[in-house]
Design a protein around this ligand. Structure first.
Ligand code: GDP
Length: 449
């Protein structure tokens, strides 16, 4: 997301940094380019214009303007305004103590509404220790109710239905009652969608709202539809009143215009983004982190959170122990590869790191091709280890020539590649043992003194 905008902003600000003395005309030239970049990212025209006006006012309003001015200040102003544009502080779902809390999910057909309803339930259960109940009030398309059932099953979440009822308001009311009776603290209502906004749908949504008094009404919009998404959000807000937006399909949206315009246009923040078809592909929306990412400051916070969530601590500690005792087998090696893989693609991980950090630790900014090559290498390594027997994985010393030939055949690689991997593994083991002896993995030195 935001790739092209990010490239252009980074280039413009870099040029600005290159100026010895920063004059108003330099800033104006930079602002013209930033404005163009925003428009090319499909940011709403007026939003882009206001953005530039605010940056200009702040930048030129600084004291002793004709003096040597660090361009960094302009970068900081652009950053601050970008955070504002994206919604300021991050917006969480707001719950009250009264159960059940109702969350209505509304939007046009095909926007990803039903999928997102299921994703939110899963997210709340996993991250907020809530006990959600799902219900679909889309009585017009039987497939929609069926789809939510499939999602509920796949994500292990509870769902309520009255198959014989075709009354959306009744369904909502009964679901609230069911949630209250059975101790569900959150009711997620997946409402009907239409291809276009129509009066009947709006009326129905208002009725459900009146009946269930939701704490949140989330509008689901397909980010790839850009300004159309912004216009529908505006209309839904005017007629039903929304409390936040979920932007779906951000994984396919390189421009980011909707994300950059929705808060300014509707006054309501983006609360979540959908980043894939899988049910866990939902992320809270953090304006500051995204602004940092756009300006190439990286997004170390997100990366750290991801690592914490996905790397199993107990597993990591067990491996550490094995390293200390020199029992690190090929099985453990494979386990480590899998942990790395769980973090996602190499290019995704690299994108989250700040450009400066990559430079300072000597890592190149990998091209898509290079990171794809690394991933292929990781896959090949895993395939080779997969082709070994448990005995071989437990003790590499039994890997004689005929076993190596068999492994190469089984993994679709060559004997040279198998040899190479075993050599790497032996060297790694050696290095780990030395590091461990030197006390690198904690407790080592002290234990021996
Ligand atoms: P609804 O008609 O609004 O309920 O839309 P659905 O929930 O049925 O979603 C429509 C399509 O969009 C489905 O194929 C979903 O898998 C897909 N989809 C939903 N959210 C995302 C997302 O964040 N990323 C991607 N790539 N696809 C998504």
């Amino acid at each position: 997301m935001f790739e092209s905008l990010s490239d252009k902003l980074k280039r413009t600000l870099k040029n600005l940094r290159g100026e010895g003395v920063l004059r108003p005309e330099h800033v104006d030239a930079a602002l013209r380019e930033i404005r163009l970049a925003l428009l090319e990212a499909d940011v709403n025209y007026k939003v882009a214009k206001d953005f530039i006006a605010r940056v200009r006012e702040k930048a030129l309003g600084q004291e002793v303007w004709q003096e040597l001015k660090p361009a960094e200040q302009v970068v900081k102003i652009v950053y601050d305004e970008l955070v504002e544009l994206l919604g300021g502080t991050s917006s969480r779902l707001v719950f009250t103590r009264q159960a059940p809390n109702v969350v209505m999910v509304v939007g046009l057909q095909g926007s990803g509404k039903t999928t997102s309803t299921g994703k939110i339930a899963l997210w709340l259960a996993k991250n907020e220790e809530r006990k959600p109940l799902l219900v679909s009030t889309d009585v017009y398309r039987p497939a929609a109710r069926e789809q939510l059932k499939v999602i509920a099953k796949a994500t292990g979440q509870a769902i309520f239905d009255l198959p014989e009822s075709n009354d959306p308001v009744l369904l909502a009311r009964e679901a609230v009652r069911h949630a209250r009776d059975y101790g569900y603290d959150t009711l997620l209502i997946d409402t009907a969608g239409r291809l276009h906004i129509d009066d009947q749908l709006m009326e129905e949504l208002v009725q459900i709202k009146t009946e269930t008094r939701p704490v949140e009404i989330l509008f689901v919009a397909d980010a790839m539809t850009g300004q159309d998404a912004v216009r529908s959000a505006e209309e839904f807000h005017r007629r039903v009143g929304i409390t936040g937006v979920i932007l779906t399909k951000m994984d396919g949206d390189a421009r980011g215009g909707a994300a950059l315009s929705i808060k300014q246009v509707t006054g309501q923040p983006v609360k979540f983004v959908g980043v894939g078809e899988k049910y866990d592909a939902l992320e809270p929306f953090y304006p500051d982190r995204i602004a940092q990412r756009i300006l190439g400051m990286g997004d170390v916070l997100s990366l750290i959170e991801e690592v914490q969530a996905k790397v199993d601590r107990a597993e990591a500690e067990a491996q550490l122990k094995k390293i200390q005792q020199n029992e690190f087998t090929l099985d453990d090696f494979r386990q480590q590869l899998r942990q790395v893989k769980r973090l996602g693609s190499i290019s995704k991980i690299m994108k989250l790191l700040p450009d400066q950090l990559l430079g300072s630790i000597g890592l190149p900014n990998l091209t898509e091709e290079q990171s794809a090559a690394i991933e292929r290498e990781l896959k090949r390594t895993e395939a080779i280890i997969d082709s070994m027997t448990p005995e071989e994985r437990a003790d590499h010393r039994i890997l004689n020539a005929s076993r190596r030939r068999r492994i190469a055949r089984g993994s679709g690689t060559t004997v040279a590649e198998v040899n190479q991997l075993i050599k790497q593994y032996v060297e790694m083991r050696q290095m780990m043992r030395e590091l461990s002896r030197a006390g690198f993995f904690g407790g080592g030195l002290r234990g021996r003194l």
